[in-house]
Design a protein around this ligand. Structure first.
Ligand code: NAX
Ligand code: K
Length: 523
């Protein structure tokens, strides 16, 4: 699903009207109608139902006027509380205001004070205060109105986006409405899918309002990864596939106390469909990983009494990396200085597509400019906000304040693919293309989840997926496996190996015609 900023949506509206001759009132009519339909579907129609539509003076309010008219036709009492003088309403919104019976509209330029009881008596409150036109922090009568709506205890339906949410980022601009349902128009806005806006919007419906297809297709936006987008990326496997055709991944991982990270990355690569996985570990840890893993082949590296990688392991690792289809570097490596040095050497020397996570990223953060020495070879980083902050030399709140900006900035500057983890993981490509992941749940906020993701992405790279596809499909699959687990067991107590073991089921649910007819292409 494509998502756009509020500004892009406003220019789409202009294009539809100016270039394609679609009247603005027609768009507004369909927008209001889509909201009314969603309300009717949820609450039914007919006498005894009351909608209170809290409207601003812009076009978001205009949609609210249409909703009032349509619900009235369906037997509702549909009252409009307009936070402005009627003469302040202009354009398409004014056209629709004039079409309402005067008894339906109460003009309240001083605010909603005194209307609380009326609002509490409603079946549904419609939030038509502010949409994509918001241009500053919300205060004054709009801020107070938002507080009244949030305190009313009645189901709230937001028109386009909850009032107070920045459509470009999902940020709360001072105060924002908390809705049960949001009906967004033509395309979802970033603010509908990014937190906290996504949570405040409740369930999201994206309604077709007759925007010309060319305007939709040509609008600059980014991909929101949902099941459909994942299915579009995933490729069928040939019935004559063999382990050699499904990619051989090398996982370089582990130090004392962190054998689990190594095991999970390796096992998750297998669960995500890698044909073969070799797991290179410090030699002293080999007996542990020999018994911890079954299908992965372990390779002891360095002196037998060493529990972490030393800088001198470079030659051995380069020789085991030869011919591998993807390398995952980082899970549980530790931060010993000689290991950090080794990571730096590997960065410049490894040819295979490389996924770097965890302590691998901490080593990169010491000298990120080394990434530029990979010159055209594929590099994919999977930082969480703390690691992203270290990579960029900024604070975690700075990363959280602009997740898309940070991911895009680093990916373009260092010519890497990057997954910035966290609720709604951001995927950025070296050309600045962005995707937002839609799967996952709070059960994933537990140790080891990153190791699983690293294995999944390495497996996909190893199977020959384009790095941007591997990153997008990888984050979606990882979160979707966790969602399937959550359906069964809830989110509390979920652990990373649960997600690892749910990966085949997630893949199976996303795969159409897996094992299709003979002759389908080998991955
Ligand atoms: N033809 C169109 O442009 C269409 C627009 N649509 C609706 O129109 C909305 C956008 O309409 P507008 O561009 O008129 O903008 P809005 O209706 O979102 O709000 C703009 C008005 O609010 C004021 N405002 C901005 N920030 C404020 C703040 N922090 N506190 C108080 N007032 C503030 C502005 O001065 C302006 O008067 C969309 O979200 C959607 O609901 C739909 O009807 C579809 C068609
Ligand atoms: K709104």
């Amino acid at each position: 699903m494509k998502v756009v900023t509020g500004q892009v949506m406003q220019s789409m509206d202009k294009r539809a009207i100016g270039e394609f001759g679609v009247p603005g009132v027609a768009l507004m009519e369909r927008a209001g109608c889509a909201c009314a339909d969603a309300i009717s579907q949820r609450f039914g129609d007919g006498a005894g139902r009351k909608a209170v539509i809290v409207a601003g003076k812009g076009n978001n309010g205009g949609d609210g006027f249409v909703i009032s008219r349509i619900l009235s036709q369906r037997g509702w009492e549909a009252l409009v509380l307009l936070l402005a003088a009627p003469q302040a309403v202009t354009g398409d919104a004014a056209v629709n205001l004039e079409r309402l019976d005067s008894g339906v509209v109460t003009s309240l330029p001083q605010g909603l004070a005194g209307q609380e009881e009326l609002i509490k008596s409603a079946t549904v409150v419609v939030d038509a205060l502010l949409g994509t036109g918001i241009n500053s922090e919300v205060g004054g009568i709009y801020g107070e109105a938002i507080d009244v709506v949030n305190a009313c205890g009645v189901p709230v339906v937001a028109v386009d986006i909850p009032s107070g949410i920045d459509a470009g980022s999902g940020r709360v601009l001072g105060r924002a409405v908390r809705a049960d349902l949001t009906v967004s128009f033509a395309l979802a806005k970033l603010g509908n899918v990014l937190y906290p806006g996504a949570e405040l919007g409740g369930r999201l419906v994206v309604a077709d309002i007759g925007m010309p297809q060319a305007v939709v297709d040509e609008a600059p936006g980014c991909e929101f990864m949902d099941r459909e987008s994942a299915r579009a990326i995933i490729r069928p496997r040939s019935v004559i596939a063999h382990k050699g055709s499904n990619g051989h991944c090398l996982v370089i991982a582990g130090s004392v106390g962190k054998t689990g990270a190594a095991a999970m990355a390796a096992q998750s690569a297998l669960r995500a469909g890698a044909g073969l996985v070799s797991l290179a570990v410090p030699a002293a840890l080999n007996p542990v990983l020999e018994s911890k893993t079954t299908e992965a082949m372990t390779i002891p590296i360095g002196p037998e009494d060493k529990w972490h990688f030393l800088a001198g392991a470079l030659g051995e690792l380069l020789s085991v990396a030869k011919g591998k289809d993807a390398v995952a570097l980082g899970p549980g490596l530790g931060t010993a200085p000689s290991t950090v040095y080794l990571v730096h050497s590997l960065l410049t020397a490894l040819d295979a597509p490389l996924v770097i996570d965890a302590d691998g990223l901490n080593a990169v953060a010491v000298a990120p400019e080394l990434l530029l020495r990979r010159r055209g070879r594929v590099t994919l980083l999977t930082p969480h906000p703390g690691e992203m902050a270290r990579l960029m030399g900024v604070s975690v709140p700075e990363v959280e304040a602009d997740r898309i900006g940070c991911a895009r900035d680093f990916a373009t500057r260092f010519q890497v693919y990057l997954v910035l983890k966290g609720a709604r993981s951001i995927v950025a490509g070296p050309d600045g293309t962005i995707a937002i992941n839609g799967s996952g749940n709070p059960g994933m906020a537990t140790g080891g989840m990153g190791d699983v993701l690293t294995g999944v992405i390495a497996a996909l790279l190893g199977q020959g997926y384009h790095p941007f596809a591997a990153a997008r499909l990888g984050v979606f699959l990882h979160g979707y496996a966790a969602d399937l687990m959550a359906e069964e067991t809830g989110t509390r107590g979920m652990v990373a190996t649960d997600v690892q073991e749910a990966l085949p089921r997630a893949l199976q649910r996303l795969t159409v015609a897996e094992g299709g007819a003979a002759g389908t292409s080998i991955n």
